[in-house]
Design a protein around this ligand. Structure first.
Ligand code: IPE
Ligand code: IPE
Ligand code: MG
Ligand code: MG
Ligand code: MG
Length: 290
């Protein structure tokens, strides 16, 4: 698994570096690069490739779409760390982008990475027909805006220091993190122009994978070390974040995460042995330390 992630990260970073190199240089590029590279685990791209295998989609196409997803993800992390949001000064083992470049530059670099995702999806290097590109941009926008990341981040902040129900916490985690995984899981079905029902079914699988991922992130915050995680830990409790751990406790949260994992595996059963890559990714998500 680790080797697969390293290969995906290398291929994605190589693509992104070349893409940026071809653009006219601006003052924001350094801060954008700083937020993008050396980059994180590329787990969203791994999920995209895992589902891509089920539909026999070309690797290069998936790497390019994954690069767009990683731009959105990197932007969301830059903004997540801002003083007006989580106010964190350590990310991926180095000072957060706003610590290094200042707040306004971090905001603008984040904005630029978000729109760069659309530049990547509309570029001539992505070899799919225009109708597919439009559908991809539509879905990615939905998953990133008020119905997805931004909306979820809003809820995350507004729930601080309040008692929030389990369903509301789950809804918030699916929005802020799950929706981008939904996009990754829908992409192959969109490319193959599958029926809405199948696309929706992958949207649900993705939401659960993302929920599982966020729960694991919350568990790392609770139990992990900053040195390994590359970001401050034990911060959710300090900020009074509404998480399943704060509501149900550590042990029950682990139980719940195993339940979600079974749901995902069950939903994927009809794809047979082809889904073994996703199963490997699910195990990684739950056992990871960073
Ligand atoms: C961290 O995401 C933020 C969450 C959505 C939980 P990742 O853990 O994927 O961050 P990187 O990209 O590996 O740094
Ligand atoms: C971040 O969740 C979710 C998004 C960036 C959309 P967290 O706030 O828990 O992420 P970390 O722990 O700071 O990486
Ligand atoms: Mg946050
Ligand atoms: Mg945070
Ligand atoms: Mg966290």
């Amino acid at each position: 698994m680790q080797n697969k992630l390293i290969k995906i990260a290398n291929d994605t970073n190589f693509y992104l570096k070349n893409f940026i190199k071809k653009q006219k240089k601006t003052e924001l590029i350094s801060a954008m690069n700083y937020g993008l590279f050396p980059g994180g685990k590329k787990i969203r791209s791994k999920v995209l490739l895992d589902v891509g295998i089920l539909f026999k989609i070309d690797y290069k196409i998936l790497i390019i779409i994954g690069a767009a997803v990683e731009c959105i993800h990197a932007y969301s992390l830059i903004h997540d760390d801002l003083p007006c949001m989580d106010n964190d000064n350590l990310r991926r083992g180095k000072p957060s982008t706003h610590i290094k470049f200042g707040e306004s530059t971090a905001v603008l670099a984040g904005n630029s990475l978000q729109t760069m995702a659309c530049e990547i999806l509309t570029s001539k290097y992505l070899k799919t027909d225009n109708k597919i590109k439009i559908n991809l941009i539509k879905k990615l926008s939905e998953c990133s805006g008020h119905l997805g990341i931004a909306g979820g981040q809003y809820l995350d902040l507004s729930y601080e220091k309040k008692k929030i129900s389990q369903n509301k916490i789950i809804e918030m985690e699916i929005k802020k993190t799950g929706k981008l995984f939904s996009f990754c899981c829908m992409v192959p079905a969109i490319i193959k122009k599958k029926k809405l029902k199948e696309i929706n079914s992958f949207e649900k699988i993705g939401a659960n994978i993302g929920l599982l991922f966020q729960i694991a992130d919350d568990l790392i915050d609770f139990k992990g070390t900053s040195k390994i995680a590359g970001k401050k830990t034990k911060k959710d409790k300090k900020k009074g974040k509404a998480t399943l751990i704060s509501l149900l406790g550590y042990k029950n949260t682990i139980k719940y995460s195993n339940k979600i994992k079974s749901t995902i595996i069950n939903d994927l059963k009809k794809y047979g042995s082809n889904s073994k890559n996703i199963n490997e990714t699910l195990n990684y998500i739950l056992t990871r330390k960073k």
